[in-house]
Design a protein around this ligand. Structure first.
Ligand code: ATP
Ligand code: MG
Length: 240
């Protein structure tokens, strides 16, 4: 049995909420409104995953699948410096790919599995996991097919997490709740329905606070205490 590795988010408060950081052998989903910090957390994890285990890292490489074109190598530099690491060495250990269709996204995962059997990876980022599915299956009558393809891709992610002892960090979008209305105070919910809800080991709901402050809450986990963590987005990445 493989041992779970917990990778720091850069914020102690957020790490504590997660029980030590984001976990390998699991899928962590983050959803929330625009600018809530999903992609900034991804950038921070790109660096912290490469820290040694005794510094709450994963001592491993990172694979980054980007469907929105929002990965910024320049952003990695100050984050690496904040953790006392060499930025160019850190960038060299991030395998990056931009996906343009849901099929492309799926095929990239197949290719990554081959790479992961040769080199020690500890993190796979998919930002965002659902955007291309929402574009490629936009018709009303295509929902069933979309959910089927989405389930296939998510089962790949689960397999990668378990086979290579990797932490999967995927971001999700929020949609207006069709059942929402005057009686629901926050008519937003994560996209992807039951299929996505079922695949995620832990679901993080992010929202904006004051200024660069952000708030994270664990979503829909009846067996966990209702708690929130407040963190900041700083030039050096996610912090307290
Ligand atoms: P979307 O749904 O649009 O993808 P997101 O949740 O991925 O949004 P991020 O891109 O992670 O949002 O967060 C963007 C926010 O991060 C900016 O609005 C800004 O507040 C903060 N930010 C970005 N870069 C820096 C930086 N260098 N220093 C400090 N804060 C930054
Ligand atoms: Mg983003």
């Amino acid at each position: 049995r493989k041992a779970v590795v917990r990778i720091t988010t850069g914020s102690q408060a957020l790490d504590e909420l997660l029980g030590g950081g984001i976990e390998t052998l699991a899928i962590t989903e983050a959803f929330g409104e625009f600018r809530s910090g999903k992609t900034q957390l991804a950038h921070t994890l790109c660096v912290s995953t490469q820290l040694p285990i005794n510094l709450h890292g994963g001592n491993g490489k990172v694979a980054y699948i980007d469907t929105e074109g929002t990965f910024r190598p320049d952003r990695i530099v100050p984050i690496a410096e904040r953790f006392g690491m060499d930025p160019s060495a850190v960038l060299d250990n991030i395998i990056y790919a931009r996906a343009y269709t849901y099929e492309h996204q799926y095929n990239l995962l197949l290719g990554l599995a081959a790479k992961m059997s040769e080199e020690p990876f500890r993190l796979l980022i998919v930002d965002s996991v659902i955007a291309l599915f929402r574009v490629d299956f936009s018709g009303r009558g295509e929902l069933a097919e979309r959910q089927q393809k989405l389930a296939q891709m998510l089962s790949r992610l689960t397999k990668i997490a378990e086979e290579f002892n990797v932490a999967v960090y995927m971001t999700n979008q929020v949609i207006a709740d069709p059942g929402g209305g005057v009686f629901i105070s926050d008519p937003k919910k994560p996209a992807g329905g039951h299929v996505l809800a079922h695949a995620a080991t832990i679901r993080l709901m992010l929202r904006k606070g004051k200024g660069e402050q952000r708030v994270c809450k664990i979503f829909d986990a009846p067996n966990l205490p209702e708690a929130e963590a407040v963190f900041q987005i700083t030039p050096g990445g996610i912090a307290d």
